[in-house]
Design a protein around this ligand. Structure first.
Ligand code: CA
Length: 736
């Protein structure tokens, strides 16, 4: 453990190191291999991460250990003592964008990331900032991110901290000072909307990182860089590129045979590796979770059929060379945004009387996969949530059996899981001893239907400025209202799940579907923060709530637990957002989430037994809608605005112009904002704050019509709240 004295030295040394950091940028990166953190951070190496179980007080890598099971052996906070858990300290992140980071704790220092890819190193006992680093991502880059300006974490290794920035750089920092040592551009085509939101992983002197961007139409890949120098060592593409060009590596020749017809390389392809990358010391393998197809609809992407490898797959690579060992495709011919990028955990388990080294994953598609890590053989695939797109997974062939009634080529259908997944990136926890996995799951449907344009012409034109899913997002509200009667009820739950039998010993329902990741402990607890702002400890044997704390903010990030100087701590970052564009004033019985009621406070909260810090109680937001200036717009104009709003604005500002509380709610704009509306949308007046210009895709007339639509929506919600109308009509596309 680092003593208090050494910590003081570390703070003082930070200034010196910063100076070194600035000097070294001109030449020798080695110079900044500093000082104060040795022998703790400086010595985080492969051996130490491989043996992470021997230092249970630390949280040395993204999923705590290379196994990424997120199960802590700590027991001081347990079923008997958890009632005495209270706030030790908290830190405001100065932002109300979503927080998704898993901190790394090394001895008494905590490293974590925040929105806009900012990095912090703090004293884990007090929250005092040792250093912070801002990669200065341009504000307008927010438009290029499907799901908020988030970051899921950093890696700490050999005296350095590695972070991927939203605008696609992989950056190495001096762990002692935060000084930038090197930065490389990971993006192969900067005209396409690539991002990084995931945490890098480290092993064997390498740093591994993928990208996001499939919704906008990009081609996925993962890259290994030299941890010391930043030199690129290998790159594995997940989907084939332009067939007129040579294959980048032999696996692309295999993959290309499963794409038929169409022009996927122009419209995207997809398969981004935006989250799970797991190193397996047992086989020196790197498992990558591959994302959905771009566009979502396979008939556009690959009209001749085919599995479209390696979409929605788990791919095992040789960690040293990047060559493929095996793959398992969870969703052949993905048609529903069913990424297989969700966290993967490694374990040794007895399966059918034989000890096996297995990989565990609960991807979006609703089935929980148990796969042999040696050869990729599928051992189990039980549903862990409500699934209607497939009846089951055939273990012999390893393929799901699709439900033909849910095909949406001709008519729209509610599909479960929806694109938010039955489980998303919010971490699960694997409890090997109990044989259970604790999963933050949801039943959250989407109505899938082909776009009118495609139905009428059979032609799909990629629009570089927006989500390219193949679905009709512009008319989404109309489709939703026409099919509202048959909508399955969205719900969230925390479930204890046996991956071998498919049974759930307990399940706890949560009033909102979009909740946080979990950590379980040998103290018998499962911790989770939820959409209602409640941070809870559940009894891992029964699901009974043993402790809860009101943070007044919705949570997505996974809690972690660690120990400093003999005291156990539990921490969590608060602040929701991400991909949930339906979160604004959700339809009952889904409850309103805390960040909508209060605010989306980006904070790090740290708890211990007998903590004495008090969290301020916020007042509720004023969500009253001002009277709108008189409208002089025709129904056609408002309908045109609605279509554009659905295509370009809804993914951030919320469906039907009701914001989920993260991005500004356009219905409450004051007169001064109305005055500058066109300048904001067309000229980028607020680009620095994250609202980029859209003049490349929207005309002045379209923006004026969006403005009409927003005012019309605002006015009917205001009248409804005042009891002056029976119900808002929500859509104008029907022509009334
Ligand atoms: Ca996606």
């Amino acid at each position: 453990m680092m003593s208090r004295l050494i910590l003081v030295v570390a703070v003082l040394a930070a200034g010196v190191g910063l100076y070194f950091g600035l000097v070294q940028q001109a030449g020798s990166p080695e110079v900044a291999e500093t000082v104060a953190f040795e022998p703790s951070v400086g010595l985080i190496d492969d051996e130490r991460i491989k043996n992470a179980e021997s230092e249970p007080g630390n949280w040395l890598s993204y999923g705590r250990t290379y196994d990424e099971r997120r199960f802590s052996p700590l027991t001081q906070i347990n079923r008997e003592t958890v009632g005495g858990l209270s706030l030790a300290w908290y830190k405001d992140m100065g932002t109300n964008r979503a927080q998704e980071s898993t901190p790394i704790v090394v001895d008494d220092t905590m490293f974590f990331t925040s929105s806009w890819s900012r990095v912090f190193a703090v004293d884990a006992k007090t929250g005092d900032t040792l250093w912070s680093y801002d990669p200065k991502v341009p504000g307008e880059w927010a438009r290029r991110a499907c799901c908020d300006v988030v970051n899921r974490g950093a890696a700490v290794y050999r005296g350095r901290v590695y972070v991927g920035s939203l605008d696609g750089r992989l950056i190495a920092l001096d762990a002692a000072t935060g000084a930038e040592l090197w930065s490389v551009d990971t993006i192969i085509d900067r005209d396409r909307f690539y991002t990084i939101t995931g945490a890098p992983r480290v092993a064997n002197g390498k740093v591994f990182i993928g990208n996001g961007g499939a919704e906008f139409g990009v081609r996925g890949y993962v890259t290994a860089y030299d941890a010391e120098t930043g030199d690129q060592l290998w790159r594995f593409f997940t989907v084939p590129g332009d067939p007129s060009l040579p294959f980048e590596h032999p696996e692309m020749e295999v993959a290309a045979k499963t794409w038929k017809g169409g022009n996927w390389w122009e419209i995207g392809g997809g398969g981004t590796v935006w989250n799970a990358i797991v190193y397996d010391p047992d086989f020196n393998s790197l498992y990558i979770g591959v994302g959905n197809g771009a566009p979502w609809t396979r008939v556009i992407r690959s009209p001749g059929g085919g599995d479209n490898l390696f979409l929605s797959s788990i791919v095992a690579l040789d960690a040293d060379t990047g060559s493929m060992k095996w793959y398992y495709q969870t969703t052949p011919g993905d048609n529903w945004d069913y990424t297989a990028v969700q966290d993967m955990a490694l374990a040794d388990m007895e399966v059918d009387g034989m000890m096996r080294k297995v990989l565990l994953q609960a991807p979006k598609n609703g089935f929980f996969y148990v796969i042999d890590r040696q050869d990729g053989k599928l051992l189990r695939a039980n549903p862990y949530a409500t699934v209607n797109w497939a009846t089951h997974v055939d273990l012999e062939s390893g393929r799901p059996v699709e439900n033909p009634e849910l095909d949406y080529l001709e008519e729209a259908n509610w599909v479960l899981p929806g694109p938010l997944g039955a489980h998303n990136w919010q971490a699960m926890s694997v409890d090997v001893e109990a044989g259970l996995v604790y999963i933050p799951a949801q039943d959250n449907p989407l109505i899938f239907g082909m776009s009118e344009e495609w139905k009428q012409t059979g032609v799909y034109k990629r629009d570089p400025g927006r989500w390219n899913t193949g679905l009709e997002f512009g008319a989404f509200t109309q489709t939703l209202l026409e099919n509202i009667e048959s909508m399955p009820t969205p719900k969230g739950y925390l479930t204890a799940f046996d991956p071998l039998t498919g049974e759930s010993p307990w399940t706890v329902e949560i009033p909102h579907y979009w909740n946080g990741g979990v950590v379980a402990t040998a103290g018998g607890l499962v911790f989770q923060g939820d959409a209602l702002g409640m941070f809870k400890a559940y009894d891992k044997a029964t699901g009974e709530v043993l402790w809860e704390f009101n943070t007044y903010t919705s949570m997505l990030a996974p809690p972690i637990t660690f120990e400093v100087d003999g005291e156990q701590y539990v921490s969590i970052l608060t602040g929701t957002g991400g991909a949930d564009m339906f979160s604004g004033e959700p339809l009952p019985p889904v409850a309103e989430h805390a960040s909508l009621t209060y605010n989306n406070f980006g904070r790090l909260l740290v708890f211990k037994l007998g903590g004495e810090e008090i969290l301020p109680v916020p007042t509720k937001r004023d969500r009253s809608i001002p009277v709108q200036p008189m409208l002089t717009a025709s129904v056609d104009q408002i309908a045109d605005g609605e279509r554009h709003y659905g295509n370009y604005c809804a993914s951030c500002h919320g469906l039907v112009a009701r914001s989920g509380g993260v991005i500004p709610d356009l219905r409450v704009m004051g007169e001064e904002k109305h005055q500058i509306f066109n300048q904001v949308v067309l000229e980028g007046l607020l680009a620095q704050r994250g609202m980029a210009a859209f003049d490349d895709v929207l005309s002045e007339e379209s923006v004026t019509n969006i403005h009409h639509y927003v005012r019309a929506r605002a006015e009917e919600d205001r009248l409804f709240a005042a009891g002056e109308i029976e119900a808002p009509q929500l859509t104008w596309l029907g022509g009334e």
